[in-house]
Design a protein around this ligand. Structure first.
Ligand code: HEM
Length: 163
């Protein structure tokens, strides 16, 4: 890349030799010194505080032993009355003006999960959902024909995969 900044017979150099020296020095220093000394200091602190390396943990008052597999019950969180008014009612307007986002920062609403293993499809999924749902709602008038089938749509859920 730096060669592109090198001068030629009819064009002066865009970076001086001193600037290139500084650039290379900074890349090496920033790329090595920072991480290595941070790791060294982290080890020094860990060895002086061995209790910080214990694998058991305490999370909001719950003791979680080493190697425990923790499941987050998103189903129950979505039905939690402390977080949601009438949680079982379909009220899309509950999100209008709400600060609650689905980006994994607001734990009462984590349809895509959260943290390091959050769904990588989140940005695309968000666009696809809005595009498909929005287009279908915008282009057609929808209604359920109770005369053909007077029973309400069965909205019971169960674990499964739609292929
Ligand atoms: C509305 C659509 C979707 C929803 C609601 C959704 C939701 C989720 C959830 C809740 C997780 C678990 C995150 C966690 O453990 O914290 C997940 C993981 C994952 N999702 Fe999605 N997902 C959707 C669409 C997709 C699509 C279309 C793809 C692929 C193109 C995808 C690929 C993945 C992958 C690869 C993981 C595992 C990530 C990991 O464990 O590191 N998802 N998704």
């Amino acid at each position: 890349m730096l060669l592109e900044f090198e001068g030629s017979n009819n064009e002066p150099a865009k970076l001086s030799e001193l600037e290139i020296n500084i650039f290379i020095l900074e890349i090496f220093l920033a790329g090595s010194e920072t991480t290595t000394s941070s790791i060294e200091w982290a080890f020094s602190e860990l060895l002086h505080n061995p209790e910080t390396m214990v694998k058991d943990t305490n999370l909001v008052g719950y003791f979680i032993p080493k190697n425990t597999q923790v499941f987050v019950n998103v189903w129950a969180i979505g039905r939690e009355e402390e977080c949601w008014e009438e949680p079982l009612c379909f009220k899309p307007e509950r999100f209008l003006g709400s600060k609650i986002e689905y980006n994994g920062q607001h734990f009462e609403f984590i349809p895509f999960g959260a943290g390091r293993r959050i769904c990588p499809d989140l940005p695309l999924g968000h666009r696809m959902m809005h595009f498909a749902l929005g287009s279908l709602l915008h282009e057609f008038d929808w209604e359920y024909d109770f005369s053909t089938n007077p029973n309400p749509i069965d909205t019971n859920d169960k674990i499964g995969l739609v292929v």
